[in-house]
Design a protein around this ligand. Structure first.
Ligand SMILES: Cc1cc2nc3c(=O)[nH]c(=O)nc-3n(C[C@H](O)[C@H](O)[C@H](O)COP(=O)(O)OP(=O)(O)OC[C@H]3O[C@@H](n4cnc5c(N)ncnc54)[C@H](O)[C@@H]3O)c2cc1C
Length: 401
């Protein structure tokens, strides 16, 4: 797999002390806005600062999926545009990002789960389901196939955006932004950079970087894990498959008592949220995820996720008693209360490109367009603007997938 070369990230370069745009963060958000400004808008003198190698913090931990199925019309608009741009670039680069159209499949076996499903492809045709998905548990109450969805190689997308921006003169510096005074940013090394525009693309540190300009937002961070196991019981062209039912897990009597006795693990014996999901990866891997809304250790979380996914995929049942050792990674979802990203001007010269929750890969190209328009005076998108944040009430699509 391609990795951006850390060595190309210079440590010190004092000639960089004045830039037009200073981008804080070299995750997918930072490289997407650099690409947008340098390649699409023809802007010059762009510098990305990050203490870590590019695309190495959250942006290489994702499930790399995308979908245009969003209940929130503003999110649907953002994702449709973003997907359109990913598709164009994938075609232009000879399918470099290996973007597929495997789709998403939401499956409900209960009335409660079925009531949550909405969409033009909603079906209750169990014969069709069993014919198309013979490896899944049969007889769902309803299922929904999202066609404009699938996954891609996020590392390749990010690497391409960064390479293209670098070819147009964008520079990168291995350092951390620590404060802002007027139009001057102080870095951890002591270097000071003057800028005309600053973009906060700091991922899980988005809120901390907003504090540089005295903005304190009610934005949450939540740790999400991903489990990978070797399992070939799913065709490689299967969709991302999601259980739409809230469920109670079947633990052995002994384990149930143990879990109940600890207030931290007791919720695992109660009804847990819908959304357990999996997809095939590579030749024989399966990625499993489930946001259970409870802080438990990773082994317990893995076992719960395996059990939940086995409700959809019976071939996992034989693994429950002796679960194979998974590869585990994860990262923070950074979420505004309405679960939309925060895009655009916060203060004159200070722009937000953050709060990408569980959809930052699929949203990056659309979001970069919105932020660049705002920076260049070409329009301010109120649906995503930081101005909506004060007084915001919880709501919106959960955006976990
Ligand atoms: C388990 C999991 C599954 C996911 N699945 C999907 C999916 O299927 N599809 C999808 O679209 N998204 C998915 N996501 C979400 C997606 O990965 C994120 O939304 C996205 O990677 C966020 O990108 P970012 O650039 O904002 O943050 P990051 O990738 O975290 O980059 C932020 C960068 O800012 C740097 N930084 C922080 N503070 C400073 C500072 N003071 N100075 C300089 N640099 C700084 C950090 O070092 C980091 O490199 C998933 C996430 C997780 C955790």
């Amino acid at each position: 797999m391609y990795r951006c070369q850390p060595g190309r990230f210079s440590r010190h370069n004092l000639s960089m002390d004045r830039v037009e745009t200073l981008i804080c963060g070299a995750g997918i958000a930072g490289v997407a806005i650099a690409y947008e400004l340098a390649v699409i808008r023809g802007r010059h003198n762009i510098l990305i600062v990050d203490p870590e190698p590019p695309l190495s913090v959250t942006s290489d931990k994702s499930t790399e999926c995308y979908r245009d199925h969003w209940p929130d019309p503003a999110m649907r608009r953002l994702m449709s545009r973003s997907i359109e741009r990913m598709e164009e670039l994938d075609a232009k680069t000879g399918h470099r990002f290996r973007l597929n159209r495997n789709g998403y499949l939401y499956v409900a076996y209960t009335d409660e789960g079925a009531a949550q499903l909405e969409g033009s492809n909603l079906s209750t045709d169990v014969y069709k389901f069993c014919g198309e998905f013979p490896y899944l548990k049969s007889n769902p109450k309803a299922f929904l196939k999202v066609e404009r969805a699938g996954w891609l190689t996020a590392q390749q997308l990010g690497a391409y955006l960064l390479e293209a921006a670098r070819e147009r003169g964008t520079r990168t510096l291995r350092d951390r932004a620590v404060s802002i005074d007027g139009r001057q940013c102080r870095l951890e090394s002591g270097q000071e950079i003057q800028f005309d525009r600053f973009v906060n693309a700091a991922g899980s540190k988005f809120v901390d970087v907003c504090k540089f300009v005295d903005q304190n937002y009610d934005i949450e961070r939540e740790w999400h894990r991903k489990f990978a196991i070797r399992h070939s019981g799913v065709p490689r062209d299967a969709p991302l498959i999601i259980l739409a039912d809230p469920i109670r897990l079947d633990w052995s009597q002994e384990t149930k008592i143990e879990l109940r006795n600890d207030p931290r693990t007791r919720p695992l014996t109660e009804t847990l949220p819908s959304g357990a999901h999996f997809r095939p990866e590579g030749d024989d891997w399966l990625l499993l995820l489930w946001s259970i809304g409870v802080e438990v250790d990773e082994q317990l979380h893995y076992e719960a996720t395996l059990r939940a996914c086995s409700r959809l995929l019976p071939s996992l049942e034989s693994l429950i008693e002796r679960p194979p050792k998974p590869v585990i990674d994860g990262g923070y979802y950074v979420q505004a209360l309405d679960n939309r990203p925060v895009l655009g001007e916060i203060e004159p010269g200070f722009y937000a490109m953050g709060a990408f929750s569980g959809y930052g890969i699929m949203a990056a190209l659309g979001a970069a367009e919105i932020v660049a328009n705002d920076m260049l005076g070409l329009g301010h998108d109120l649906d995503f603007s930081p101005t909506r944040l004060p007084g915001l009430k919880p709501g919106g699509d959960h955006g976990q997938l």
